[in-house]
Design a protein around this ligand. Structure first.
Ligand SMILES: Nc1ncnc2c1ncn2[C@@H]1O[C@H](COP(=O)(O)OP(=O)(O)OP(=O)(O)O)[C@@H](O)[C@H]1O
Ligand SMILES: [Mg+2]
Length: 301
């Protein structure tokens, strides 16, 4: 996608309705704290979303219970980095064949996965009613975890924006590649149109040069300030590291496969910064916020 295409997509005729900041509890729902939620997104495919989300989920599972949600219902592959073969997936939840709890795949003592779909192309673009079924499933699970990490699908679809808008924090994973930067900006533009107060941060992946992270983030930040009237926070970078490639080939996350590698060390530092930021944010409940988002979609149809 080039800048002109991005700008054409990014100037919608009608602005998206803002996501409500507070969501009314569902009838009968217990009042309890919600797990903080992080959505790892990018726009462009292959930037490192699954590497980052699998690592964050593994790091959270060191201190508490973590749920990794593979929100790619077309070609979900988050399970590949967990060495598991899910029997049930979110596709079964959407089709009413399983509850979200039944669809969980255990990946470790404190790490569960809600796997995405595989080769089911029509699942890549869900209706509001289907997305709502996922939202309710996540809401039912929310209280059992200390963190929910969403591994988003590539692209700017209703589904990817809904998950990002519903999360407490959005991590945009980009590289210094111009197309990845353009798509990161495009994603942010649509996200901020949907939810102006979205807490979005940038991670620059596969950096080789010392200043590549801040330089790349600075360019995206200045375009956001200029055209969107708000900034996006630079969280840090993740170096190019063969240990990541090897760990993926071994179907493991780099945190477990090579804990002392430069990438694993950088991810651990990023996790600390993310935890600090999450502490300053309200945790609205990913499932509840997603449901509110679906209601907005239904009203627009
Ligand atoms: N820091 C890194 N160093 C070296 N290689 C990396 C790094 N990060 C990612 N990669 C490589 O890029 C590949 C793609 O990463 P990943 O699957 O996380 O991307 P993605 O954004 O989830 O892709 P998709 O959009 O298809 O879901 C990995 O399999 C790995 O080989
Ligand atoms: Mg992925």
């Amino acid at each position: 996608m080039n800048w002109n295409e991005a700008l054409r997509i990014l100037h919608p005729q009608r602005p998206e309705p803002a996501l409500p900041v507070r969501v009314a509890p569902r009838a009968g729902a217990l009042h309890r704290a919600h797990a903080p939620s992080i959505c790892v997104a990018s726009g462009k495919g292959g930037t490192g979303k699954s590497v980052v989300s699998a690592s964050l989920a593994a790091l959270w599972a060191e201190q508490g219970r973590a749920l990794l949600i593979d929100a790619d219902l077309g070609v979900g592959n988050a399970h590949l980095m967990q060495s598991v073969q899910p029997k049930l997936t979110l596709v079964d939840v959407v089709r009413g064949r399983a509850t979200a709890a039944e669809a969980l795949t255990v990946c470790g003592p404190r790490l569960d996965l809600l796997a995405g779909g595989s080769g089911v192309s029509q699942m890549a673009s869900l209706s509001a009613a289907e997305l709502s079924r996922i939202a309710r499933g996540i809401e039912d699970l929310d209280g059992q975890y200390d963190a929910l990490v969403v591994d988003s699908a590539a692209g700017i679809s209703e589904q990817t924006i809904a998950f990002a808008a519903a999360a407490d924090m959005v991590l945009i994973v980009t590289t210094s590649d111009p197309t990845a930067m353009t798509d990161a900006y495009a994603f942010l533009k649509v996200l901020f149109a949907r939810r102006r107060d979205s807490h979005a941060s940038l991670i620059v992946n596969r950096t080789v040069e010392v200043d590549e992270g801040p330089r790349t983030a600075g360019r995206i930040e200045s375009v956001c300030q200029r055209f969107l009237g708000r900034g996006v926070h630079y969280l840090g970078c993740l170096p190019e590291d063969r240990a990541v490639v090897k760990s993926v080939a071994q179907r493991q996350c780099v945190i477990n496969a090579a804990p002392q590698s430069p990438a694993a060390i950088a991810l651990r530092e990023l996790r600390g910064r993310i935890a600090e930021e999450l502490n300053t944010l309200s945790h609205l409940g990913l499932g509840r916020s997603l449901e509110a988002c679906c209601a907005g979609v239904t009203r627009r149809v």
